[in-house]
Design a protein around this ligand. Structure first.
Ligand code: ARG
Length: 472
């Protein structure tokens, strides 16, 4: 939809604003262009129609609309929805926003009965209700995509079973861990993201409609009925609060920020791992792009854009904070600016997850090379230190002993396991042949038996828990 769409409706009343009674001058065209929101809030058409049908049904229940009037409104709104779906609906900048568009289309279609729809509501509670529904459904879609991502990691745990990777701290080799342990780390992160969304959904799923502009209404409506029709869990208890607040939008925006940060972490790690220098992971060619000048390049653009797009999701939260921080109660038109950031955050996260899931499914760990690499980096040093601690050596002393041994091995360019018993004893005389049983990456991981650690038993325990949890 472009701002240039200026076609007027055919109906006689069409040039008049719905609110124009008190005005003696018509709106400046430039102001129309400046204040419209239809170019972006058209996304709310489906929820707006649903909200209007529920509202009309409730007005019928309480006797404000007759059954025949409700039927006409419902039929008209359903036809309007169909015209949106088929791309036939016409947009007009002078109709401001999606709410005005649908109401005008309804009046054009069914006449004066359509003029009753806006009874006992204002656009202030209507837009808040629409946005709550839109966010509720978008949360559900993101949640499903997160489950798919977790399932992709779980599948990897099986295909990468037994593979050991170096874990890094400070981007330096730290300790060996099972690849499955790394994949389950991502499952944990995305599970917290899902929990946050669930919490947020509770606060989103509250009915705003029926609080009208700011003070409620003198018309005897039944807000519980509207809530029931729209599957809201509860009814907002303060009309001023509803009219003024967008904390549910900020809440959702933050949930998406955390998802963006987690997917960005994954992207950054895999970009590193797929360099020639690491060569730990092979990205599917179908998810890479080439260079227009360097024929040899296979660039990780999909991952780079997962990382890059997190910036706009983070920025959108900032926009929403700044937008709302200085507003007095109740509704202010500034609030119209809440939509682009939150639409963009949801759309960006959904697009990130759309490519992250198949990437996680298809990328291949370079098992052979990783195995060879594990001989370097002294990642078994910490287990050796703990072996000494278990024999009664104080931690600080054990640390120093192993530090000296690593220095000796480094100078010889050998792994710890290639030092002779004599060399071990030259640093600490109580070493015996048992020391060789705990050296090497495999022995090191088997020793990490603490809850949450990387021993095969612990990882399997967690994997079984995840499999049970994610079974659909
Ligand atoms: N398009 C407006 C928005 O998104 C709808 C509410 C307008 N309300 C009003 N009183 N002007 O916030």
């Amino acid at each position: 939809m472009s701002k240039k769409s200026t076609k007027q409706n055919d109906n006689d009343n069409d040039n008049k604003k719905a609110w124009s009674g008190v005005f003696t001058e018509s709106m400046d065209r430039r102001v129309e262009l400046f204040t419209e929101s239809i170019t972006f809030d058209y996304r709310l058409y489906e929820v707006d129609i649903r909200v209007s049908i529920a509202h009309a049904r409730m007005l019928c229940d309480v006797g404000i609309l007759s059954k025949a009037e409700f039927n006409a409104i419902e039929k008209g709104l359903r036809e309007i929805k169909a015209s949106f779906k088929s791309g036939k609906f016409e947009f007009h900048i002078d109709l401001e926003d999606i709410h005005m568009h649908i109401e005008r289309a309804l009046i054009n279609k069914i006449g004066d009965v359509g003029r009753k729809l806006h009874t006992a509501r204002s656009r202030n509670d209507q837009v808040a209700t629409d946005l709550r529904l839109w966010i509720r459904e978008s949360i559900d879609a993101v949640d499903s995509a997160l489950v798919e991502l977790q399932q992709a990691f779980i599948a990897r745990c099986e295909s990468d079973a037994g593979v050991i990777l170096p874990a890094y701290t400070h981007t330096r080799r730290a300790q060996p861990v099972l690849a499955a342990h790394v994949w389950l780390a991502y499952c944990e992160k995305f599970e917290r993201d899902r929990e946050r969304l669930r919490e947020c959904r509770k606060r989103v799923n509250v009915l705003s409609l029926g609080t009208a502009a700011a003070a409620g209404t003198s018309i005897p409506i039944d807000r519980n009925k509207t809530a029931e029709y729209l599957k809201f869990d509860s009814v907002a208890a303060n009309s001023i609060d509803v009219s003024s607040d967008r904390d549910f939008v900020l809440d959702a925006a933050f949930c998406l920020v955390q998802i963006a940060i987690h997917t960005s972490t994954l992207a950054e790690e895999w970009i590193l791992w797929s360099t020639a220098e690491f060569n730990f992971i092979k990205l599917p060619q179908s998810f890479c792009t080439g260079s227009s000048i360097m024929p040899q390049k296979l660039n990780p653009d999909t991952l780079e854009l997962i990382r890059g797009k997190s910036a706009r999701v983070i920025g959108n939260l900032q926009t929403l904070c700044v937008l709302t921080k200085g507003l007095p109660l109740a509704y202010n038109r500034d609030l119209q600016e809440d939509k682009q950031p939150i639409f963009d955050s949801f759309e960006t996260i959904r697009s990130i997850l759309m490519v992250a899931v198949p990437l996680v499914e298809k990328a291949e760990l370079n098992h052979e090379l990783i195995k060879k690499q594990l001989n370097y980096g002294y990642t078994d040093a910490t287990t050796l230190m703990e072996f000494l601690i278990l024999q009664g050596v104080p931690q600080r002393t054990a640390h120093e002993i192993v530090g000296k041994l690593v220095r000796m091995a480094m100078d010889l360019s050998e792994p710890l396991s290639n030092l002779s018993l004599k060399q071990f004893r030259s640093v600490y005389e109580n070493f015996d042949n048992d020391v060789y049983k705990i050296l090497g990456a495999e022995s090191a991981i088997s020793a990490m038996k603490s809850y949450g650690g990387t021993s095969p038993e612990q990882v399997d325990l967690q994997l079984q828990r995840w499999k049970k949890k994610l079974r659909r």
